[in-house]
Design a binder for this molecule. Structure first.
Ligand code: CAA
Length: 391
């Protein structure tokens, strides 16, 4: 029996900052960002957009041709949760009118948790082939204005319906996993912004990739040559090149650079202009590959690597199904990305700082109206978050 993605959709915020604006502000050459880290733009959420609204918009697209009564689980993967106790997915469940007879919960392990949810969902579905699982991964990457991580921020959500009647991609069950306790990137409960040891985090990413790859190949018996494309967690687009060149050196020494670049370049197209989407990142990269590749990927095996700082990484794989293109929302994704509104640095900084100035004493506040999708975060009342449907 096959198990995999029946439907997948991406959603990002309607505003972006060109990284040239950060370079101007810092008196730096913008090529440090455009070329050095491979990033041109990053999505910026306005004050009335959060992981709930980003996710709900991704869910309504992913659910378009799905009978909601078959979904029995919604897993919400995020590291920018809006409540320490209540799962963000419960608001998404309500906003998108999902059935009451289902379980909803949140998953956390930095950027890894979406892949962790997928690993749990696949065997569950094989045991319950009449059911479907909705995995939503949504995050807003925040490092702080003028911090070293600032150019690697971003925002976005991916919603995927997984089932035993996949139409886009099937997954294979063997994977390679590696966990170790490292402080490369973390966010204490009292902070809105992540702390990071940037260069060390890149080293930990690469070490984890190698360990996960070794276990994957040992368990699956597959080799580098068995793959057509590779999709990496992309905190910034250049990280995919760093990771893949590292793997190539280890597993396919004679492969020319022009050849291995072809294996990863389509997966980085969305990342270059959206930025880091943390838990959604590896799936945003998969969405990018599926949407923008002019090559017919039917039957092609894809290797995927998810890395969540702290840290957990997993290498897993799947194959694209014939006819996958007719089930994608590619033109809608591309349209949303190109129609985003550019921000100047000061407006971006105002959007960015809004969250830190929200009341914490229970007093009411209405968030100003900006361009959002079908849902918006309308404000707070007596410590309760208020969401509304945009007509
Ligand atoms: N033209 C072209 N290239 C230039 C340049 C110019 N004018 N100026 C600099 N560069 C190059 C540098 O040579 C460097 O290239 P290499 O990495 O190949 O050496 C690159 O641009 C970046 O320059 P710096 O290293 O000087 O940049 P930085 O000090 O600003 O740090 C960063 C970059 C570490 C990625 C930082 O943005 C950061 O800490 N980001 C957040 C952490 C992160 O994304 N970690 C990734 C792994 S952890 C993970 O994946 C989990 C997660 O999502 C957080």
């Amino acid at each position: 029996m096959q198990v995999g993605i029946e439907s997948i959709s991406l959603y990002t915020s309607h505003y972006y900052l060109d990284l040239q604006k950060i370079a101007e502000k810092r008196g730096e050459d913008y090529n440090k960002y455009y070329t050095g880290i491979g990033q041109e733009r990053m999505s910026v959420p306005p004050p009335d957009e959060d992981v709930v609204t980003l996710a709900a918009n991704a869910v309504i697209q992913a659910m378009e041709n799905i009978d909601a009564r078959q979904i029995d689980t919604l897993m919400f993967a995020t590291e920018s949760g809006v409540d320490q106790s209540k799962a963000a997915g419960i608001w998404v469940h309500k906003l998108t009118n999902l059935p009451k007879n289902m379980r909803v919960f949140e998953l956390k392990q930095a950027c890894y948790s979406g892949a962790g949810g997928l690993a749990l969902a696949l065997p569950y579905l094989l045991q319950h082939p009449d059911r479907k699982i909705l995995i939503v991964a949504a995050d807003i990457a925040r490092y702080g204005l003028e911090s070293v991580g600032e150019p690697t921020q971003g925002a976005g959500a991916i919603a995927m319906v997984l089932s035993t009647s996949p139409k886009i991609m099937t997954f294979e069950l063997s994977s390679g996993i590696f966990t170790q306790d490292v402080m490369d990137f973390w966010r204490p409960n009292y902070r809105d912004e992540a702390l990071v040891d940037g260069k060390y985090s890149i080293k930990m990413y690469l070490r984890t990739l190698m360990e996960a790859w070794e276990q994957y190949t040992a368990l699956s018996g597959r080799r580098f040559e068995d793959f057509n494309k590779f999709v990496y967690h992309l905190p910034f687009a250049k990280m995919g090149e760093k990771a893949h060149s590292f793997l190539v050196k280890h597993a396919a020494e004679t492969l020319e650079e022009s050849e291995w670049l072809k294996q990863i370049e389509d997966a980085a197209v969305y990342q270059r202009v959206i930025g880091n989407t943390y838990a959604a990142s590896v799936f945003t990269a998969l969405q990018s590959l599926l949407d923008v590749s002019t090559e017919d990927l039917s039957g092609k095996r894809i290797g995927l690597f998810s890395y969540g700082s702290g840290s957990v990484g997993e290498f897993f794989s799947g194959a694209v199904l014939p006819g996958y293109r007719t089930h994608l929302h590619s033109s809608r994704h591309q349209q949303q990305i190109i129609s985003r509104i550019p921000l100047d640095y000061n407006t971006y900084a105002e959007f960015y700082s809004y969250k830190s100035n929200m009341p914490t004493d229970g007093s009411a506040i209405s968030t100003p109206i900006h361009k959002t999708g079908s849902f918006r975060f309308a404000g707070l009342q007596e410590h309760r978050r208020i969401y509304e449907v945009v007509r």
